[in-house]
Ligand binder design. Structure first.
Ligand SMILES: [Mn+2]
Length: 344
């Protein structure tokens, strides 16, 4: 009888097959557990079964992407529970495979990916939370790594954008911004709270870390509180692709928008509530008449060519989910965002 193997990400790295070790001229790559030795239903859970950051071997540093969780839902205006999102997404990501058929690339051969754990949070205080998350992301030791946050409610995006802006060299005028959501999240304040999940892009635009003329919001839909809900974004030149149009042919608009960016550093934020609750029921502010899972995946893929410097996938609320379908979709959306950086 052969010796039993321990199925942790670290030990799995050591037992991974030689096939997994192929890289491009010794370049960056991700060493995954071999699913035939350490099955996908076994071992400690990290996003995509990627190694923990501290387990990435020196030859695979600097990493290309560090995925991290932000278990915070203190900024919600309706149903709480997204603080459990990162764990649920990691759990469902165990069945995330490495080869992108859409982009025809073995992502783990091309890129060094890791799970950096969770950012520290301040559960009772949105502004303090933003500060903690920002400091975690800004200070992430691998200076070249792009960061991908798993929420958490959408308030966490402000901190992640601010860190991404700084890590990208503080481009003048702010980052370009590819935003998928049912809502614009540009409300000034709700119940006096300026740092909640209805306001992150208002703050980011005010601070100049997002350039509204290089911002596109895809999947926006009603009903709204009033027509004024759109005023801030429209007045600042944000491009809006409403939900119906996004479902019909949002790819065309996105491709044209990305072409116009001409390689400007761009941040991608994906609120799972842009997907119809029939496909993604596990979210706190559900909005009916949204995208299908397939449409959402295609829309993210159509951002190929954008110079993505960071991103997030937010608003997964596992207690309202069924059979993990929302978290499973979120894991695949995160993968699609990562895939964008394999396309030159
Ligand atoms: Mn949102």
């Amino acid at each position: 009888m052969s010796k039993p193997r321990v199925s942790s990400p670290a030990s799995a790295q050591r037992v991974s097959s030689a096939k997994n070790r192929r890289g491009r001229g010794g370049g960056a790559r991700t060493i995954l557990p071999d699913p035939r030795i350490s099955p996908r239903f076994a071992g400690l859970v990290t996003f995509g079964r990627y190694p923990r950051f501290e387990d990435v071997s020196p030859e695979n540093r600097p990493v290309d992407w560090a995925v991290f969780g932000v278990p915070f839902d203190g900024g919600v205006t309706y149903r709480p529970g997204a603080r459990f999102g990162p764990r649920a997404i990691r759990e469902e990501s165990q069945y995330l495979k490495r080869y992108s058929l859409a982009h025809n690339v073995d992502v783990c051969e091309r890129l060094s990916l890791c799970d950096a754990g969770d950012a520290p949070v301040a559960p009772y205080d949105c502004e303090a939370n933003a500060k903690r998350v920002y400091e975690f992301a800004r200070g992430f030791e691998d200076r070249r790594a792009r960061l991908l946050a798993l929420g958490g409610d959408h308030s966490i995006a402000y901190a992640c954008i601010r860190a991404a802006h700084e890590r990208a060299g503080s481009p003048k005028g702010g980052l370009a911004f590819l935003h998928f959501d049912s809502h614009l999240d540009t409300v000034d304040a709700v119940w006096g709270e300026k740092w909640g999940h209805a306001s992150p892009f208002r703050r980011a635009i005010e601070e100049g870390i997002v350039n509204p003329r290089r911002m596109i919001s895809v999947g926006i839909k009603g009903p709204l509180n009033s027509a004024d809900d759109l005023a801030f974004a429209r007045d600042h030149g944000v491009t809006i692709i409403p939900g119906e149009e996004a479902a019909r042919n949002g790819e065309r608009g996105l491709r044209a928008f990305v072409r116009k960016l001409g390689g400007a550093p761009a941040y991608v934020s994906f609120d799972i509530d842009c997907v119809d609750p029939a496909f993604a029921p596990g979210t706190g502010t559900p909005s009916v008449g949204g995208l299908t899972s397939a449409q959402a995946l295609e829309l993210v893929r159509s951002c190929a060519g954008a110079n993505v410097v960071g991103g997030d996938v937010v608003e997964v609320l596992p207690d309202r989910d069924h059979a993990g379908i929302t978290a499973l979709l979120a894991a695949h959306i995160a993968f699609e965002i990562i895939c964008l950086t394999t396309v030159s």
